[in-house]
Design a protein around this ligand. Structure first.
Ligand SMILES: Cc1cc2nc3c(=O)[nH]c(=O)nc-3n(C[C@H](O)[C@H](O)[C@H](O)COP(=O)(O)OP(=O)(O)OC[C@H]3O[C@@H](n4cnc5c(N)ncnc54)[C@H](O)[C@@H]3O)c2cc1C
Length: 339
């Protein structure tokens, strides 16, 4: 593909894509209406290799974990901010059934190389990390503001003029060979890709203070408590299906305080509460690829609860599509539901 790319939205997806295209020498412009409603602004950025009540491996984590770490470390150097924090993760058991299931899988070696130890209360995991997504978004916006790539505006559907015959797309007087929609749960992407079976899942988090909370540790039992500095961290996240408001609710605060107490094993003091909306697809995998009927329009999103792990790899897949017309891996292709 020759010509400029317009990335709409600068959450984690738009940021990863912009950095990857820039590094590959593809001319791109980013339009962003800021981060006030971005899920990436409230996400803990947790990468967890073993997830769920069944202690399943996160999809392709062996391959995508190291790839993500290398990408974030390149961006740390480029942007001059710390993004990657290795974590010690304790997966606490909720009941005897979970304990027994974990013990069985641990003994059979099914959780290698991530499971380091098993105690009566928890499975201790290596390979977990926290990515500082707000720091990534802020530093990338600053870079693109300085280089003139960033358009600080909200793009509206009616501003785009789509070519009838494979020519360039026009937006506010500028011409682009491709427009890639990275709007998270925003209305624009939902309208352009209206046939896709998206679900919106609201999540709330709370900053907390707790004695004994150590930096760069996470305790997880379905809810997580992350130590970001000694004595201080965040607890999350609620899982509220089909909710798209960003209200911080008293019920969620209660649930988050209870989880933090349980995980900290003592009193906690609640601080600032925030909400975001995750966009997800029924198979819980993300999606990239071209629109089936509108040439030049692409999608990057539905990152669910795992964007921190998946976004760097997906951005690299998009780079290959744009540079070499590579095929999108079927498991994450936007077209898979139509198929
Ligand atoms: C409470 C909570 C906790 C989470 N915890 C984790 C976690 O621990 N680990 C993990 O990997 N993931 C986590 N997630 C999920 C994570 O947030 C997502 O995977 C990822 O951040 C989504 O990134 P995105 O770029 O697709 O969307 P967003 O971050 O929502 O970004 C979309 C951007 O597009 C902009 N935009 C939208 N429409 C327009 C428009 N018309 N014009 C211009 N700009 C527009 C928005 O303002 C926004 O900045 C969590 C999510 C929530 C809500």
């Amino acid at each position: 593909m020759n010509g400029r790319v317009l990335i709409v939205g600068q959450g984690l997806a738009g940021t990863a894509l912009g950095l990857e295209l820039e590094a590959a020498g593809i001319d791109c412009t980013i339009v962003s209406d800021g981060h006030a409603t971005a899920a990436s602004r409230v996400a803990a950025g947790l990468i967890n290799p073993i997830t769920g009540q069944r202690f399943a491996r996160t999809w392709r984590v062996e391959e995508l974990g190291p790839l993500a770490q290398a990408a974030y470390q390149r961006w740390e150097t480029l942007l001059g901010v710390r993004l990657w924090h290795d974590l010690r993760l304790e997966r606490r058991f909720r009941d005897a059934v979970e304990r027994e299931r974990a013990a069985r899988r641990f003994a059979a070696g099914e959780l290698a190389p991530f499971a380091r130890a098993l105690t009566d209360e928890a499975l201790v995991l290596d390979g977990a990390a926290r990515v500082d997504l707000p720091a990534l978004l802020t530093a990338a916006a600053q870079r693109w503001r300085s280089s003139g790539r960033l358009r600080e505006a909200r793009a509206e559907a009616e501003e785009f003029v789509w070519p009838a015959d494979g020519g360039e797309v026009r937006w506010r007087g500028e011409a682009f060979a491709a427009v890639i929609c990275c709007t998270g749960h925003g209305a624009l992407g939902r309208a352009w890709f209206a046939g896709s079976p998206f679900a919106a899942i609201k999540g709330q988090i709370l900053t907390v203070r707790a004695a004994g909370l150590a930096a760069d540790t996470v305790r997880h039992d379905g809810m997580w408590l992350i130590g970001e500095r000694d004595g201080q961290g965040r607890v999350g996240a609620t899982f509220e299906r089909d909710r798209e408001d960003l209200d911080a609710t008293p019920a969620a605060r209660e649930q988050l305080i209870a989880a933090a107490r349980r995980l900290a094993g003592g009193e906690v003091e609640g601080g600032e509460q925030a909400a975001g909306v995750r966009l997800a697809l029924p198979d819980r995998l993300p999606a990239i690829g071209w629109h089936s009927r509108r040439p030049g329009l692409g999608f990057f999103g539905a990152l669910g609860s795992k964007g921190a792990l998946w976004a760097p790899w997906l951005a690299q897949q998009w780079r290959e599509v744009l540079l070499r017309d590579a095929a999108v891996p079927l498991e994450v292709a936007m077209t898979r539901f139509a198929l």
